[in-house]
Design a protein around this ligand. Structure first.
Ligand code: GRF
Length: 216
């Protein structure tokens, strides 16, 4: 019997262009995986629509403020049921509970719009400009309990131009996010990429530094 392709669950909060990159990479066969489910914490997330258009189960899981334990339990339950091979946080703007991270820590990756360890958290493009940085980019990393600080897998790097604004940087970095996220997912579902504590393993070797993709 033919085994179906590995299943990815994607958690989103917004536009979902990274989700779209994964849907497209799956459709063209660039990655040997299918996006099995999309979960959003926001009902108006455009990514939910993208998922539905691609025939993917898409749902919003939402609870009110101060109900974080219930939220995490709901999302944990949904994912336990789905049993995805990989969970991708693609513009998912909530902080997940330690229990959630512990449960999925060997198969949970995030994309973040900075050259981590620089600028964890929000507003990364403005912060890079205000610091006078000469380069900027995005990082795909395994998720740990510390925000945006897990072991790094791959980075997209560009030179900051003198006329860049936070908006132009966001657009230029996003182009690269759509390259590095499917690449990391592809490695993972092909069994080439894993995490061992704080070490990233790629092709049976410890990855001492993230793989760098230079952009323009
Ligand atoms: C991306 O820059 C992602 O890295 C950040 O939020 C943005 C989401 O973009 N955390 P999209 O929803 O994938 O279009």
């Amino acid at each position: 019997m033919r085994r179906s392709a590995p299943a990815i669950a994607v958690l989103i909060s917004g536009t979902g262009t990274n989700l779209q990159a994964l849907i497209d990479a799956s459709a063209t066969g660039a990655i040997n995986a299918r996006v099995a489910a999309v979960i959003s914490d926001r009902r108006d997330a455009q990514g939910l629509q993208r998922a539905r258009e691609a025939g993917i189960e898409a749902r919003q899981i939402r609870v009110g403020p101060r109900q974080r334990p219930r939220y995490d339990a709901a999302i944990l339950g949904a994912l336990r049921h789905l049993q995805p091979d990989l969970i991708v946080l693609a513009g998912f703007m909530r902080i997940l509970s330690p229990e959630f991270i512990e449960t999925f820590s060997d198969r949970l990756i995030n994309i973040h719009p900075s050259l981590l360890p620089k600028y964890p958290g929000l507003d990364t493009h403005r912060r890079a400009l205000e610091a006078g940085d000469t380069e900027h980019g995005a990082t795909v990393h395994f998720v740990t309990g510390e925000l945006d600080a897990g072991p790094r897998i791959i980075q997209y790097r560009i030179a900051i131009r003198s006329d860049d604004t936070p908006q132009s940087l966001a657009e230029r970095v996003l182009v690269g996010e759509h390259i590095i996220l499917p690449r990391a997912v592809g490695w993972f579902v092909d069994g080439r990429l894993s995490v061992d504590g704080n070490r990233v393993m790629l092709d049976d070797e410890v990855l001492p530094h993230p793989i760098i993709v230079e952009g323009t």
